[in-house]
Ligand binder design. Structure first.
Ligand code: ATP
Ligand code: MG
Length: 452
């Protein structure tokens, strides 16, 4: 579920936009069926309506239903105040100080109910703007005002529970048909109010297969760097939505194409531009394609693996540079990992529980190249072996020179431990210290000793 408190509304459209033109699409003119709306959302809509309030399904859910998708979360907009909403539902709590919202809870499902936001005066106690950014916004208003304060026109469609029609105040229906993303209001102003809208544009374009309209993309070059000051915790949430929602590969390409990647993942963008950038791009794309498949198949995915992929190019380069200038191998890798993680978490707040796993995944990579009995056994028993091996497989998909190594470890895992132990010769003492970047010839020689 998304964090409602992170959704600033906007004031920048107030001066510039005329009163929006309403178009009502009758129930038989659109494809939304109540069967595809969650029970919780329907109960909230009906209860509000029966109590005499206006109640609409709004935002991403309406957009996705019109496109034939199955929304995971349902947002409701109403003219009832949060307190009035609470009065109607026992299972309701009010959240958020900056953006006050009601959450109605039905078991696992949480339905978010927001009161129409209005266009208040800047400096009003209920709206607070700092450097063009909205930091507090509790001005209530009309549905028209609520519509023009949303981000994209396709996100400002309202499904009315009173007559099952869809209300379109800003031309969102036409955009849905053309598969285009347009911001509501003046783009520069809207991005200055909330720079994360640039990432939302990229994410929606990737998720829906839409094109970001020129007017909405033009400011990226000038304003993209505002993302460097966005709250790192919010960028972490946004990163998960970009990469772990089943359209990660498309998000990556769109971020890269639009030039925003460098502001959120600077080490990734830099590694793509360097000498081994082509191979690194292949690795990221293969990894994200695998992740998308897992998400689509309902399997679990972990942010640790995702960030390990995105940052691998930067870590490897740093480590290899240090090793080339005489640094100890283990130290070089752990120092590279620390530095890259530290730089990245200044932008995107990756929680420690994930970055610890990332470090382990990376640290185990050079160890795959050491195929002496004791080390092989130790690595096979490592708690992070599986994740690190999966990472090796993605590396091998991107770099054919690693294919044999990945295959060797696949067989090693499946072998009977006693048999494997017999096959692997004990290492010569000098070779035991040879780590990740042993001379290719030596590696090749050792690779011949495959387990039976
Ligand atoms: P999805 O749920 O697929 O991630 P969404 O459009 O529903 O996409 P949410 O974060 O759930 O995204 O937001 C719900 C709605 O709130 C949006 O459709 C939009 O109308 C409004 N909204 C969200 N974030 C912003 C923002 N930063 N500025 C203006 N309006 C926003
Ligand atoms: Mg949503």
């Amino acid at each position: 579920m998304r964090r409602g408190t992170d959704k600033p509304a906007q004031s920048g459209v107030a001066a510039e936009s005329a009163r929006p033109q309403l178009r009502v699409i009758a129930r038989d003119q659109h494809g939304i069926s109540r069967r595809n709306i969650s029970n919780g959302a329907l109960r909230v809509l009906y209860r509000l309506n029966e109590a005499g309030y206006e109640a609409f399904l709004v935002g991403g859910a309406v957009r996705d239903l019109l496109l034939g998708g199955h929304p995971k979360d349902f947002d409701i907009a109403t003219n009832a105040t949060p307190e009035q909403v609470r009065g109607l539902f026992r299972n309701c709590r009010l959240i958020g100080r900056r953006f006050r919202l009601a959450h109605v809870v039905f078991g696992q499902e949480i339905v978010e109910v927001a009161t129409f936001r209005g266009i208040g005066e800047e400096g009003n106690a209920d709206r607070h703007v700092v450097d063009g950014r909205i930091v507090r916004d509790n001005v209530y208003g009309s549905i028209e005002e609520d519509a023009i304060r949303r981000d994209f026109r396709v996100n400002a469609l309202y499904y009315n529970i009173a007559d099952f029609s869809v209300r379109d105040y800003v031309g969102g229906m036409a955009d849905l048909e053309k598969k285009e993303l347009h911001l509501i209001g003046e783009p520069e102003l809207r991005y200055r109010e909330d720079p994360v809208r640039m990432l939302r544009a990229v994410r929606l374009a990737a998720k829906l297969g839409f094109r970001i309209d020129e007017s909405a993309e033009r400011p990226f070059a000038k304003l993209g760097q505002l993302l460097c000051d966005a709250a790192p915790a919010r960028l972490f949430d946004e990163s998960l939505k970009l990469f772990l929602s089943g359209h990660g590969l498309a998000s990556f390409r769109e971020l890269d194409r639009s030039g925003l990647l460098q502001f959120v993942f600077p080490a990734t963008a830099a590694a793509l531009r360097r000498e081994r950038g082509v191979e690194f791009r292949r690795l990221v794309e293969r990894g994200l394609a695998n992740t998308d498949q897992r998400v689509q198949a309902g399997k679990s995915v972990t942010p640790a693996f995702l960030f390990a992929l995105l940052l691998w190019g930067g870590v490897r380069e740093r480590a290899e540079r240090a090793i080339a200038s005489g640094s100890d191998v283990l130290h070089a890798w752990s120092h590279a990992a620390d530095t890259v993680i530290q730089e990245q978490t200044a932008r995107v707040a990756i929680p420690r529980r994930f970055s610890l796993v990332m470090e382990e995944i990376w640290a185990l990579q050079p160890r795959f190249e050491q195929r002496m009995k004791k080390r092989v056994m130790r690595l096979l028993g490592h708690p992070r072996f599986r994740a690190a091996y999966d990472f090796l497989v993605v590396r091998a998909e991107a770099d054919p020179a690693l294919a044999e190594l990945a295959q060797w470890w696949e067989q090693a895992q499946d072998s009977d431990p006693a048999e494997l132990g017999d096959v692997l010769a004990a290492p010569a003492p000098a070779a035991a210290d040879t780590a990740a970047h042993a001379a290719p010839r030596k590696r090749r020689r050792r690779r011949r000793r495959k387990p039976s």
